[in-house]
Design a protein around this ligand. Sequence first.
Ligand code: MN3
Length: 206
Amino acid sequence: MSFTLPKLKYAYSALDNYIDAQTMEIHHGKHHDGYVSKLNAALEGKDDSLNTPIEQLIGQLASLDASVQTKVRNNGGGHYNHTLFFEALTPEQKELTEELSTEINKKFGSFNEFKSQFIEAALGRFGSGWAWLIKTSEGLKIVTTANQDSPIMDIIPEEQRGDPILGVDVWEHAYYLRYQNKRNEYLENIFNVIDWEVVSNRYSKL
Ligand code: MN3
């Protein structure tokens, strides 16, 4: 089995009011594609036990041979994280379900308070990484991870682990062309194109 780059459900220019077409094209067509091809290259000729869906593959990093573990961590994480990210963007206005909205209010007080805590966490991630809304046994939680680490990886600290329902890329490649060093403006703007229907569906399926 080899992994393939998922197609986007919108055009590269569709989010242009907030995320420019060139950034989208490079991000999906070069960066995400690069993770997919490097992941495939890392797995070529390896044991059949690695022939699993991506969630399973990066959920069992601890058991992988050192010769592939780092490559799968970086590129498998890159593939999984970007798939979640691009799937949950949309040029259309999509609403949260009552179910998720209630959970967010319960945990954070209000949607606006959630948003401000999420942005604060994302700004606090030094260097490259991700900000996440995850579901844990104690309910919803905001966490961040470094590089291409993902909340479903078995080898990251316990307090970062959970089921991701929203992931926002804070690598400079996600925003630098339009926003340069202004990660805060990128984050404020990306909230205009998050597909809350997709995020809500992820939540309800857990
Ligand atoms: Mn990226």
